[in-house]
Ligand binder design. Sequence first.
Ligand code: CTP
Length: 401
Amino acid sequence: MLEGKNIVIGVCGGIAAYKMADVVSGLVKMHADVHVVMTKNATNFITPETFKVLSKNKVYVDVFDEDTDDYTKVPHISLGSNADVILIAPATANVIGKMANGIADDMVTTVVLPATCPILVSPSMNVHMFENKIVQDNIEKLRSYGMSIIEPDSGHLACGYDGKGKLPQPDELIEHIVYAISKKKDMVGKKVLVDAGPTQESIDPIRYITNRSSGKMGYSLARVAAMRGAEVTLVSGPTNLKTPLGVDKIDVISAKDMYDAMIQNADNSDIIIMAAAVADYTPETVAENKIKKKDGNLNIPLNRTEDILKTLGEQKKKGQVIVGFSMETENLLANSRKKLESKNSDMICANSLTIEGAGYQVDTNIVTLITRTDEEELPLMSKDDVADAILTRALSISSLT
Ligand code: CTP
């Protein structure tokens, strides 16, 4: 995802500097070209050697240690100028103060000045330092200069205090970077409604009926749509997944909850994508108390749930694009095409549970996009890439409607 991207990481002197090793390593694994600059104080917490080994690039601490024969490419200018994104993390109160006032007296504060790329600043410090009016004013100033501030996490801080000031986890920092430089912003102005995950249908206070959906495909769709600039609402059944950056999430439990949330949000959505594995049946009644074991078998009467996709297809607004999924174990294409017709959808993403690398729980998928006019079989891809392809196709249908 970050192939060919040039990323500059500015590490400052906070205890959380050690977390940046995982950030650099993660970015390199995603094929980014990562350049680390550090303040002198940061080297008390983690050595430049660590970042050098992980990034495979020289790490700069001293503006006068530029080690170059070509003075048209002095690193304190070229690093920032050539970057696709800069992340300053952990950003200390000191460095934030300097950046807010245009002071450039070390490598980190110097590289940001010539940069024209997105600059992300991730403050990390003691809670009272963070809440200090001067620090808050400086953060506001950075915002007003167009820098993006990554809110610190709350919790137990290394200084012994509890509160806001923790550096977010490496995967979250990486997500901010990916979000900032994602390739295209071609969905700005589009409202996208996605549902994801399984539903749980209660039998009694202890038991429920559910399915094997992990929610990964729907979350990928929401994440990629947000990265492409869409305004995204994600209606999610119970999953263990983190809400993607920039996505508005509504948590639901049952098929009925999901129906209500989808219907409520459908009217002003441009693209609706139903990736959830919605229960087709729900217990006729939910026992108030635990159902006790008795001799013989137990039969639980089940009622049909509403078909959300079908309802939305019947109520489809002009210009709206509706995309469904189809999970089959046999006759994949024929059954999926039937769903396209019967649910008045614009596209069905058909995936077979019987192919390795496709379906529930895994991070990859093999999908055939079935529209009214054609069928396109996508190869095995990550769910994020599948999401990207689905959104591109939905956008092109949307431009024709
Ligand atoms: N779907 C829905 N509401 C339901 C059941 C399914 O909106 N109560 C949606 C799913 O989110 C998916 C599409 O319908 O986008 C197809 O779901 P799938 O489970 O493949 O098929 P079903 O419609 O349930 O039909 P069948 O059980 O016959 O395969």
